[in-house]
Write a protein that binds this ligand. Structure first.
Ligand code: 6IA
Length: 138
């Protein structure tokens, strides 16, 4: 199973530690193609390489992936874009939204029947959510 994990980068790095933890749980189910999303050295300022190269590489990884798992609590244009591309490519899609953060989830995600959205409060709930998703889509 090739898993594309998506999480905010230029949209804000407040949840980067959480991304790293989710990526490590995802390792149980397959290969995470995008481990860099959890890299604590990666900042939102964008001095991290050519945008064109990043775009090309990520779109090619997304094509190769079997599914996409996105942590969507911190809103990110890039993550939203990736989700739409994944939908067009017919990938299985799981979004994770942390209700306790007090943010509002876009209706483009919450209202989309092609996207499974799991609402959670804390990290301890993630293994169960992933187990359910990969049992259905494994
Ligand atoms: O709009 P955002 O930057 O928040 O979009 C975040 C999404 O875009 C993530 O899910 C990533 O898949 C993708 N993305 C954004 N920036 C990068 C990036 N920067 N590298 C890979 N994917 C990215 C540089 C990384 C580096 C190791 C040189």
């Amino acid at each position: 199973m090739k898993i594309y994990f998506a999480g905010s980068i230029r949209g804000g790095r407040d949840d980067k530690a959480l991304y790293a933890k989710i990526i490590s749980v995802l390792g149980k189910y397959g290969t995470v193609l995008t481990e860099h999303v959890g890299n604590s050295d990666l900042t939102e300022r964008g001095e991290d390489g050519s945008s064109e190269d990043i775009f090309k590489r990520d779109m090619s990884l997304l094509e190769k992936a079997d599914c996409i798992v996105a942590e969507v609590t911190t809103p990110s244009l890039g993550v939203g874009y990736e989700l739409r591309v994944a939908e067009t490519l017919g990938k299985a899609i799981l979004c994770l939204f942390r209700e306790s953060a007090g943010k509002n989830l876009s209706a483009m995600i919450a209202g989309n029947k092609k996207i499974k959205t799991a609402y959670y409060e804390n990290l301890e709930e993630i293994p169960k959510i992933l187990e359910r998703f990969f049992t259905e889509h494994g």
